[in-house]
Design a protein around this ligand. Structure first.
Ligand code: F6R
Length: 618
């Protein structure tokens, strides 16, 4: 959580840092701040609220915007409530050092007490102010340079961090370090300028050359010099691996849509094609996935697959369980990463762990991977963000190639994760002889029709808006689905609650009788997935049970359905497809519905309260 950005070079730093913060606001947005260095002074501006509130302050005074060196921060509060004082950047006591930090210092209380005993007085409640003063104290005690002081200080720190520190007594450098939270460094031509950011989006229009620090690495960024990367714990030099970025500016802009979420919903047909492109070869009847091909014996000999993930990615994992068990006949368990990592699970070298994460930075998922690896399991990562921590930590993996997902509510990440899980299920099924080549070919051809079907489905937006207008003031909603569509019911409920703040629950349709049915009255909207495949008659009976209790029924049905139409208050039709692929279609109306309800309620769709896109704290 939290976004950090910085610049040192020959350009005006302010527009780079402030625009960078806007691009990183998905990481946290309860307060923000910026430091600019000019006239041998550090000018600090910070405030509770969004980056636009910060801009209102900096716009008042030129001195707050001047200079070729700057660092900024957009916060998702951990230690200390979101207010002006707790916002970053933080000064050290002398005023010489300034820090921005993403992460948590777990032993901050002990360190703080120690520093207080040495005469330090703290302005904020943050762990970050403790860290910058610790660096200052070490620098004073050892009489060393900033880089060395940072290194020594970090050896006393327990926790996670991505940090950037500036020392006004040495104003031609910024020192950065990473453990558990991401940090990228953009490298300008001939080392004439450098960019620092939590991901590469803030500097994409300036340079395509980037270094992603690994855990336990720090870098001294000095103008005119090649970047030096060191290990924090033993000071050994590491080769700075400069990667070429493939992302472009257009991908991270709204492209005419009112919100990133709506843009990303509409991007799904293309994102799904990008996920299966080059992997699905229907004419040859094969699925090609290097991460699986190279390790095929491990997969074929696996006694069990354990899927670990959080939130929406966990819901995709549940669809994966249905797919892999149904097609490849390998036992699958799906675990919340946060539970798995702490419950002393039984993991053996015969297990394969599939970790799913859009950001590739979710702290609990990362910790679950480390645990699985320590027990000898083989870890396969499914990530969207290229070069992310989870992608690097996995033994093998596959990217979804969905493109940047910026709206906090996950949409195209979900459908592309399901697409990839479908390919994995089919690949394993074919290798195990559970599906024949002709069957595989037919399935792949059906998959190739999905993007067009989603495009057709996206045209029902006006109808979805009408339904949204009817139910936008509901206080509680129920989402029901069975089989492959039970996880879609969970995901539909999550989408509604996270952006409209309406309470919603997802349930397997048949479980309704075991409790939730008591909630049903004439004020309760119930969204039911009732496609013509998979337990159709059973779901129709569930719908009848709702009707008898006066619940309002909004049903997702297959084109041409007549039976449910007669009972439901509203129906949304999806195009016909095979049962295992229905989640890719049924989820679309739920995404649109949540989006339009949230817009009608005047909520901040792309930045819902209390949330952040990348959950890098446990
Ligand atoms: C919901 C949502 C979250 C994420 C979860 C995991 O819309 O976005 O529930 O799915 O925080 O994030 P990743 O996939 O980045 O590990």
């Amino acid at each position: 959580m939290c976004g950090i950005t910085g610049y040192i070079g020959f350009r005006d730093a302010y527009p780079i840092v402030i625009n960078g913060l806007k691009r990183l606001e998905y990481r946290g947005y309860d307060s923000s701040g910026i430091m600019m260095y000019n006239d041998k002074q550090i000018h600090l501006s910070k405030t509770k609220g969004k980056v636009s509130d910060l801009e209102a302050i900096t716009n008042k005074e030129e001195g707050r915007r001047k200079g070729n060196i700057g660092m900024g921060h957009t916060r998702w509060a951990t230690h200390g409530v979101p207010n002006d004082v707790n916002s970053h950047p933080h000064f050290s006591q002398s005023g010489d050092l300034v820090i921005v930090h993403n992460g948590i210092i777990e032993n901050y209380d002990t360190l703080r007490k120690e520093l207080i005993s040495r005469g330090y007085v703290f302005q904020s409640d943050t762990d970050t102010e403790v860290l910058v003063n610790l660096i200052e104290e070490v620098k004073k005690q050892e009489g060393c340079k900033l880089g060395q002081a940072l290194q020594l200080a970090l050896n006393n720190v327990i926790g996670a961090y991505a940090i950037a520190v500036f020392d006004k007594t040495k104003p031609n450098e910024i020192v950065v370090a990473r453990l558990g939270s991401p940090i990228a460094i953009g490298v300008g031509k001939d080392n004439s300028e450098f960019f620092i950011a939590s991901d590469a989006s803030p500097f994409i229009e300036y340079t395509k050359d980037a270094i992603y620090l690994e855990d336990e690495e720090m870098a001294i960024i000095k103008l005119g010099k090649a970047i030096q990367v060191h290990k924090i714990h033993d000071d050994s030099i590491v080769d700075a691996n400069i990667q070429k970025l493939k992302m472009n500016l257009e991908q991270i802009e709204k492209g005419g849509y009112d919100h990133f979420m709506l843009k990303e919903i509409h991007e799904q047909p293309k994102a799904i094609i990008d996920t299966y492109r080059g992997r699905m070869l229907p004419d040859e009847g094969i699925i090609r996935m290097a991460g699986i091909d190279d390790n095929i014996n491990k997969f074929l000999n696996a006694e069990r697959i354990i899927i670990v993930a959080c939130g929406t990615s966990w819901h995709a994992g549940l669809v994966g369980e249905y797919l892999i068990e149904d097609k490849a006949r390998i036992p699958v368990e799906v675990e919340y990463a946060s539970e798995f990592r702490y419950r002393n699970p039984i993991i053996t070298p015969k297990d394969i762990v599939i970790a799913i994460s859009q950001s590739g930075e979710t702290a609990d998922t990362l910790a679950a991977i480390k645990l699985a690896k320590s027990k000898g399991a083989f870890v396969f990562g499914i990530c969207n963000v290229v070069g992310s921590s989870i992608a690097r930590e996995s033994d093998a993996g596959a990217y979804t190639h969905a493109g940047p997902e910026i709206g906090v509510a996950s949409t195209k990440a979900f459908t592309t994760q399901i697409t990839l899980l479908t390919l994995i299920a089919l690949k394993l099924a074919s290798k195990k002889g559970e599906v024949s080549k002709p069957e595989l070919r037919v399935f792949m051809q059906e998959m190739q029709l999905i993007p067009k079907k989603i495009e057709a489905l996206l045209k029902i937006e006006d109808k979805v808006k009408e339904i949204a207008a009817v139910y936008k003031d509901a206080k509680n909603c129920l989402y029901l689905g069975r089989g492959f569509n039970f996880p879609v019911a969970l995901e539909g409920a999550l989408k509604l609650k996270e952006i409209s703040y309406i309470h919603a629950e997802g349930y397997p349709a048949a479980e309704m009788k075991h409790g939730p049915i008591a909630l049903i009255d004439e004020n309760m909207p119930i969204f039911v997935i009732a496609t013509n495949k998979g337990h159709y008659e059973k779901v129709v009976s569930n719908i009848q049970e709702i009707k008898s209790r006066s619940g309002k029924i909004i049903a997702i049905v297959t084109e041409g359905d007549t039976q449910v139409k007669e009972i439901a208050d509203h129906v949304i039709e999806i195009p016909e497809t095979v049962e295992a692929l229905t989640p890719l279609l049924t989820t679309i109306p739920f995404q649109l519905l949540s989006y339009h309800i949230a817009v009608m309620l005047g909520k901040n769709v792309d930045q819902p309260r209390n949330l952040a896109k990348s959950v890098t704290v446990e």
